[in-house]
Design a protein around this ligand. Structure first.
Ligand code: FE
Ligand code: FE
Ligand code: ZN
Ligand code: FE
Length: 163
């Protein structure tokens, strides 16, 4: 067990968790795009996949800022959330129902990320690492936007067609 002696250790641990999570999402987002029926939804997932590449790079910069090599630490939370998305894809028998289910699963992922980045940014500030905080804020903004876009797509069309 690695020891968590300080805020630095805590920050480093969360960085590894989120690094692992973003890497999983690089693989999951194209699958969600492929299984989406709505072209707007497909596009949203592919666009967020590209953003996620940038997010991974930002995390690598944050590792550099604390003088550590970038490495992931298994995040059971993201594995579970991605699995729920896979389940809904397998189980939905109707295209519109599947799209609505995928959006719901994807929003759970975005909310997870929003929670984690919010905490990382607060800890970075507490550690006096304002550069790292500003960097991660750019990612947090992308996660908020992804969540908002999914809400718009769901409210605008997807849920109504599924009903
Ligand atoms: Fe992300
Ligand atoms: Fe996690
Ligand atoms: Zn994400
Ligand atoms: Fe995201």
């Amino acid at each position: 067990m690695p020891k968590m002696k300080s805020m630095e250790d805590l920050f480093y641990g969360l960085l590894q968790d989120v690094y692992y999570a973003e890497k999983q999402l690089l693989k999951a987002l194209p699958k969600m795009a492929k299984n989406a029926t709505s072209p707007e939804l497909e596009k949203a997932f592919l666009q967020h996949r590209d953003e996620t590449e940038t997010q991974v790079e930002r995390l690598e910069k944050a590792f550099e800022m604390i003088g550590k090599t970038a490495k992931g630490k298994k995040c059971e939370a993201i594995i579970g959330l991605v699995e729920e998305g896979e389940e809904v894809i397998k189980e939905a028998e109707d295209d519109d129902v599947r799209d609505a289910g995928i959006v719901g699963a994807a929003q759970a992922v975005e909310h997870y990320e929003i929670a984690r980045y919010g905490t990382m940014i607060a800890w970075a500030r507490q550690l006096g690492m304002n550069d790292a905080a500003s960097l991660l804020e750019q990612t947090l903004e992308q996660e908020y936007n992804a969540d908002r876009l999914l809400t718009e797509l769901a409210e605008g069309r997807l849920n109504r067609e599924a009903a």
